[in-house]
Design a protein around this ligand. Structure first.
Ligand SMILES: NC(=O)c1ccc[n+]([C@@H]2O[C@H](COP(=O)([O-])OP(=O)(O)OC[C@H]3O[C@@H](n4cnc5c(N)ncnc54)[C@H](OP(=O)(O)O)[C@@H]3O)[C@@H](O)[C@H]2O)c1
Length: 200
């Protein structure tokens, strides 16, 4: 199976790529730097160009998407647009465009996160993007053609990111990145669709 991981060079992405390769899959890493294929999720034309260059894809994973971390009281409408363009619309456009390119029976797996279910200060913009992606996944699952499936993974803060993020996540118990990577594997090799796997 050929699997694209957009964000394959990031913290979550590296673990997912490594696990899928360990299982014998052919994995292509996508992103704006240090990737096998270039894609900028915030640019729909770039998404289309990427798919045109990858005619043999079975599955697409996104562990990408930036968000704004800012106190609501300080937020301006333009601050929120990073989360909208990148994590929300970027991941959704990966599906809207990609549904016409994946092989029959393929799948999409997107990334959300705990901030929408267990809020932290400054997390509203990320929570908005996460919630939008979750709603899209549930609905797209009944609408996708040709047996295509779609799921989302919603991780808590992961162990390897905790040192960097612990001031935001005081009182949270980080989860193992190995468990999070395994949830992506379950989404790809399994048969479920329209699900959000919460690794909390
Ligand atoms: N780490 C955690 O504990 C954790 C927990 C819950 C949820 N999450 C969510 O999981 C996602 C990944 O987190 P992470 O910690 O792995 O982040 P990360 O280490 O910063 O990695 C992000 C990856 O996404 C790529 N990327 C970013 N913007 C992109 C764009 N516009 N187009 C294409 N690729 C893009 C980056 O590559 P380039 O910069 O080269 O494009 C990089 O490979 C984020 O949405 C985050 O909110 C993370």
């Amino acid at each position: 199976m050929q699997i694209l991981v957009v964000g394959g060079n990031g913290t979550l992405g590296k673990a997912v790529v490594a696990r899928l390769r360990e299982l014998g899959h052919s994995v292509i890493s996508g992103g704006r730097h240090d990737a096998d294929v270039y894609v900028d999720l915030a640019d729909p034309e770039s998404i289309k160009n990427m798919y045109t260059d990858l005619p043999e894809l079975d599955h697409v994973i996104s562990t990408a998407g930036q968000t704004t971390a800012k106190a609501l009281v300080d937020m301006q409408p333009e601050d929120n647009m990073l989360s909208v363009q990148s994590k929300l619309l970027g991941q959704i456009n990966l599906v809207i465009v990609g549904q016409h390119y994946l092989k029959d029976g393929g799948s999409f797996t997107l990334t959300t996160g705990i901030k929408k279910d267990d809020p932290i200060p400054g997390g509203t913009s990320a929570a908005m993007a996460n919630g939008g992606v979750t709603a899209f996944v549930k609905s797209a699952a009944i609408d996708l053609p040709r047996g295509l499936r779609i799921n989302a993974i919603s991780p808590n803060v992961v162990d390897v990111s905790f040192e960097k993020l612990k001031s935001q996540f005081l009182g949270y118990t980080p989860v193992s990145i190995t468990d999070v990577a395994e949830a992506f594997v379950k989404s790809v090799v399994g048969k479920q669709t329209g699900q959000e796997y919460q690794i909390y």
